[in-house]
Ligand binder design. Structure first.
Ligand SMILES: *[C@@H]1O[C@H](CO)[C@@H](O)[C@H](O)[C@H]1NC(C)=O
Ligand SMILES: *[C@@H]1O[C@H](CO)[C@@H](O)[C@H](O)[C@H]1NC(C)=O
Ligand SMILES: *[C@@H]1O[C@H](CO)[C@@H](O)[C@H](O)[C@H]1NC(C)=O
Ligand SMILES: *[C@@H]1O[C@H](CO)[C@@H](O)[C@H](O)[C@H]1NC(C)=O
Ligand SMILES: *[C@@H]1O[C@H](CO)[C@@H](O)[C@H](O)[C@H]1NC(C)=O
Length: 456
């Protein structure tokens, strides 16, 4: 009441306020005070004060502030990404300029790769644009530039048609050099297979390879990587699978890294009816893909040599528990220096991760360990040198290994080993003992990390 009185006084310049007829009727009265000031009396029963509505409004405005904060955070994160891409685009522009000025320098020619990168940029820019829900001159300029570069690349290619054979030969030489380089690296790495260390010390910066082979940012659920125990002749093979929902319908195989980049698969396995899977924590081990299918819920093996399918029910495993970034991730396959593993949560473990060793010959569970990590709090998990590591989110761009369970000592440890993410969510993270790398399918992008073990 006092509040309203003061408000009315404040609204009326001293002496100038003349009470109208309305104000005098019933519950509102006005009069002139002793000092000549205007006095207004308003009688409002307290019960009518809409306290609950004010409270509701306060909550709504709190929510709005939070929402704005989230959007601002997003903007900052996108700005960072955009900067990275702008600098890469600059690099690409330089390469195209070099091609233009020196068409004889065939070593640097790789039109298909350039086009892949351009398409990737286009997808990324459109994705960013959608997320920000804005049309800004900066995005439009980027589009124009990308389109312009695509044109130039196409022009250059037709210009060089007559020399295509020469390009092919030189390209072949380059490819061979690359492969030799990679082989050298593998030979030089002395620690492959060596588990004489006390666990993971750090994770490198991410290598963002590219957007998935479908060039589809909507294919958020998937995985990629290498065979963790390749058979002879398939040492350089890469695999990939993804879809717009957490389901499994096909797998793509590439003979080497270059073919992966060019999206030129030597084999596509369209999963036949009845063998489709769910979840995305599949891996390739010993030339077989291990994945989860739900009816009946169990683990499936697709033998890539024979193209035969086989499945097993794991009675303890529950399909009620998944990781935080995706539904359906009930069985998580992993391979390390000791062989094949599968992780799941069970009713008996009350949602905590159970680590199980897979007997590859019998295709069954050989042994199990109960860990202390709640599956529904973890981003993902993987096994390296007989130790299970669980991850979780720190912020939009950072993930951490926060927990480990050693199957030899049954020892649990807390950690805070941070590593960067390119995008917030990921659906497949696994260690590969053949190159000591982590492979991540990061919201549609292929990302990898080097793992450093503590050998002190
Ligand atoms: C004054 O307030 C009372 C209580 O809310 C109400 O019943 C009455 O009708 C009001 N009188 C006038 C003249 O508005
Ligand atoms: C994007 O903007 C349009 C028009 O301004 C609006 O109708 C739409 O709801 C917005 N979408 C999102 C996801 O904010
Ligand atoms: C396209 O690129 C060429 C060569 O860099 C440049 O001269 C031209 O102005 C560009 N066009 C547009 C629309 O950006
Ligand atoms: C393991 O590493 C430690 C420290 O580097 C070394 O002393 C030990 O001999 C190694 N053990 C084996 C079996 O290689
Ligand atoms: C796949 O099939 C081939 C040929 O039948 C067989 O030799 C091999 O052991 C099988 N691999 C697995 C992992 O089952």
């Amino acid at each position: 009441m006092l509040l309203i009185l003061l408000l009315l006084q404040a609204l009326s310049p001293a002496g100038a306020w003349i009470p109208s007829e309305d104000w005098e009727s019933g519950n509102v009265t006005a009069s002139v005070g002793e000092a000549g000031q205007c006095v207004c009396h308003v009688f409002l029963p307290d019960t009518e004060f809409p306290a609950d509505r004010v409270q509701n409004m306060q909550q709504v405005s709190k929510d709005l502030i939070l929402e704005v904060e989230i959007q601002i955070k997003k903007m900052v994160s996108y700005e960072g990404k955009l900067e990275v891409y702008l600098s890469e685009l600059k690099d690409l522009t330089m390469r195209v300029a070099m091609l233009e000025s020196n068409p004889d320098d065939y070593i640097k020619l790789d039109f298909e790769l350039l086009r892949v990168e351009l398409r990737e940029f286009e997808a990324l820019v459109s994705q960013l644009k959608d997320s920000l829900n804005s049309s800004s001159p900066m995005f439009d300029a980027l589009y124009t530039e990308i389109r312009n570069m695509t044109l130039i690349v196409n022009q250059l290619e037709t210009y060089d048609k007559s020399n295509l054979e020469l390009i092919r030969i030189e390209f072949g030489k380059l490819q061979k050099k690359l492969e030799e380089c990679q082989e050298d690296q593998d030979v030089i790495k002395p620690d492959i297979g060596n588990c004489n260390h006390t666990g993971i010390m750090s994770i490198s910066k991410p290598t963002v390879v590219q957007l998935n082979a479908h060039l589809n940012a909507g294919f958020q659920y998937g995985g990629w990587g290498k065979d963790s125990k390749p058979i002879r002749g398939f040492e350089s093979m890469y695999w990939y699978g993804a879809y717009s929902s957490p389901s499994v319908y096909d797998f793509y195989l590439y003979s080497d890294y270059k073919k992966l980049l060019l999206r030129s698969a030597f084999k596509i396995h369209d999963i036949p009816s009845g063998w489709e899977g769910t979840g995305n924590n599949y891996i390739v081990h010993g030339n077989a893909i291990y994945y989860q299918h739900n009816t009946p819920f169990g683990m499936t093996k697709l033998n890539l040599t024979s193209s035969k399918y086989d499945s097993r029910v794991i009675p303890e495993a529950s399909n009620r528990f998944s990781y935080v970034y995706s539904p359906n991730q009930n069985l998580d396959f992993s391979a390390d220096e000791n062989g094949l593993w599968v992780m799941y949560a069970s009713e008996e473990s009350k949602g905590k991760l159970v680590l199980a060793k897979v007997d590859e010959k019998a295709f069954g569970i050989a042994d199990q360990w109960k860990t202390g990590a709640y599956k529904q709090l973890a981003g993902n998990a993987f096994v390296a040198c007989g130790v299970m590591y669980a991850t979780r989110s720190v912020d939009l761009n950072t993930e951490e290994i926060y927990y480990s369970y050693d199957t030899r000592t049954k020892e649990e440890k807390q950690h805070s080993i941070h590593f960067q993410k390119f995008q917030e969510k990921y659906t497949n993270l696994h260690y590969n003992p053949s190159d000591q790398k982590l492979y991540m399918y990061n919201n549609g992008y292929y990302v990898s990390y080097n793992v450093k073990f503590n050998r002190s």
